[in-house]
Design a binder for this molecule. Sequence first.
Ligand code: ZN
Length: 246
Amino acid sequence: MRYLILSDLHANWEALEAVVQDAAGQYDRTICCGDLVGYGADPNPIVEWVRAHCDLVVRGNHDKACTGLDDLEWFNPVARAAAIWTQGTLTPENADYTRALPKGPILEDGFQMVHGSPFDEDEYVLGADEALQSFGYLECRLAFFGHTHVQGGFIWNRSRVETILCPSGWGDRQEMEIDPDCAYMINPGSVGQPRDGNPRSAYALYNTDSHVVTYCRTDYNISGAQKKIRDAGLPPILADRLGVGR
Ligand code: ZN
């Protein structure tokens, strides 16, 4: 089976459109590690695409915040403003779908999917210490996660945790073969709001037969997405950050 792995779409239609085109013909099933909405100006088109095309989805913290499942107290003012705008923009059907998304982890086909970490969907796994703790909670040797918007992840090689840094760099693709003696937490990166210093849209492919994960980056119409954010009256910093990938 060939999987397309998406995370942190954040209502960025231009980015998702580019990813789908870039990955065309290279996957059989699509999974999403959460944060469909929040920050971007196209929550309805994104949720409708996910409803139609994703086989498995776990919810993200923005999916909760934008559908009234979480209070917005701990969100910073920019994220809060975007969540309130999204609450007022989502159609009732799309809000219902997003609100009903399951909490991770989900176990499927020999891997797990989570938004943040296996023990807390809202936890950020940013460094080796958090990753080591997370590996202790995994039920299998491979997990896909998001939330940090940083493409890469971690490998546990039985003695220590290695960090997978900038796997695709500024190129388009980087393959990594899964070693059955190790455990992996793989972050495909963010489709709609990369924060690893690379503004190109990020995603991953996983082939369960060849045991290869491919990290991918693709260009998209950043200025188009930025214009929609500004025109919608969302905080302008949300447009600016897309240009720098931070
Ligand atoms: Zn996110």
